[in-house]
Design a binder for this molecule. Structure first.
Ligand code: SAH
Length: 397
């Protein structure tokens, strides 16, 4: 493929790209050829000229190029996009997450994990929600839209672009909005049979935390006859799973009244009234101080405490504090589902943090399950940073 615009790396900086890691950091660039604009497709060369592949250029960002291909033969045209999206859709079907009864919510494109650094697409019953995290993906929006329509056919009736907030952070002007169709009248996103009202326009991320599906299902399997406190509940994903699994009482706790309103709507949509599902609008830390002795299971799924490696130390202290607070008053034999979605806190560090929280709380604990993100959030073998969600199920003795 001839791409006029090219960047040349400093000596030895090609090593990670040869290992197919998709990020070129700005400090690795020696020279830029051609009038390169934000979002352009550029050819990336090693110091001495060897062509390494092609990627999207973002001037001023610390990740200056997000590689799309490591093959000098590949042409990034509509066919390339069609086959990228087709392969992502095929994988979700292979996993039983699309085109089956009971499940119509999944992540369709998971950035680097699907070879599309800078692009997220979530799928909610015939509606795709796109988040572009780079100028290059914004430029590619028309091709992405066409590829989704091409690959999904009648399984797609609406596409919403929800990128404005992310792009404005990169100083790129953008508006959110439907770019194709709209949600159908009989829209009914389902996760393992549970129905969810998803606020695409105003909700967090694309509207729902798709990445907790399998962990919610595990909670469902352990909930029969149990009382559950779902801390950081958002719109009640874990709460609905617990109720469907036979929990006797579930309380959703969040600081957002809007999230709790939806949690209540979601509980009711699945047949559970206020006697079975309660809402607690509170600060999690403050509430946990008052004790959680009444529950058989507690879920802690806080927002990312560490958004970068530099914030890691403070984040670890936050995880330790919140976990020890919960553990202090949990009753003997109860279960704690505890999570971190901070990329900068890895499995080992998270486990150590929870163990030190247990030591601080003077509780003896057993680790029953080690949890992760589900397979529709794949991790590229060449980009281990993609593994961000980790969790533990702990029995408190
Ligand atoms: N478990 C949820 C996702 C959690 S997202 C699910 O399965 O869908 C994190 C949630 O934490 C958000 O809803 C946010 O409103 C809430 N939150 C953030 N800080 C909080 C705090 N200090 N106290 C209580 N809730 C908080």
């Amino acid at each position: 493929m001839t791409v006029e615009k090219a960047i040349y790396l400093k000596p030895k900086k090609e090593v990670s790209i040869l290992r197919r890691h998709p990020w070129v950091f700005s400090g690795a660039i020696r020279a830029i050829e051609g009038a390169v604009q934000a979002g352009d497709l550029v050819a990336v060369h090693a110091n001495k000229g060897r062509l390494l592949g092609y990627g999207h250029y973002s001037p001023g960002a610390s990740i200056a190029v997000r590689m799309l291909t490591f093959n000098d033969e590949e042409i990034i045209d509509q066919d390339w996009w069609n086959s990228k999206v087709r392969s992502a859709v095929d994988m979700r079907k292979q996993l039983g997450l699309m085109g089956v009864a009971g499940n119509s919510i999944c992540r369709l494109i998971h950035a680097e994990g699907d070879g599309a650094s800078g692009l997220i697409v979530d799928y909610y019953d015939r509606v795709a929600v796109i988040q572009t995290h780079s100028a290059g993906m914004r430029e590619a929006l028309d091709s992405i839209q066409e590829a989704l329509i091409h690959s999904l056919g009648s399984e797609l009736v609406g596409i919403y672009n929800k990128s404005a907030k992310l792009l404005r952070k990169l100083k790129i002007a953008a508006e959110d909005g439907w770019i194709y169709g709209a949600a159908p009248d009989d829209w009914k996103p389902l996760e393992y049979g549970g129905a969810f009202e998803i606020d695409i326009l105003l909700g967090q991320k694309t509207g729902f935390f798709v990445d907790q599906r399998e962990n919610r299902a595990l909670l469902g399997r352990l909930s029969k006859g149990k009382s559950v406190l779902n801390v950081f509940s958002y719109t009640g994903g874990f709460s609905v799973a617990a109720l469907l699994g036979g929990a006797t009482k579930v309380d959703s706790l969040d600081s957002s009244s809007r999230a709790l309103e939806l949690a209540q709507i979601n509980a009711e949509a699945n047949g559970f009234g206020k006697d079975a599902h309660g809402c607690i609008e509170a600060d999690a830390m403050e509430y946990l101080k008052s004790g959680v002795t009444g529950y058989d299971i507690v879920v802690l799924d806080p927002p990312a405490f560490a958004k970068s490696v530099s914030a890691r130390h403070k984040a670890v202290q936050g995880y330790k504090r919140i976990n020890s607070r919960a553990l202090e008053s949990m009753k003997p034999g109860s279960l704690l589902f505890t999570f971190s979605c901070s990329q900068a806190v890895d499995d080992r560090l998270f486990t150590h943090t929870v163990i030190s929280a247990a030591i601080q709380a003077e509780r003896e604990v057993q680790i029953l399950h080690r949890l992760h993100q589900p397979p529709d959030h794949p991790v590229s073998a060449f980009h281990p940073e993609g593994s961000y969600l980790k969790g533990l199920v702990i029995r408190v003795n």
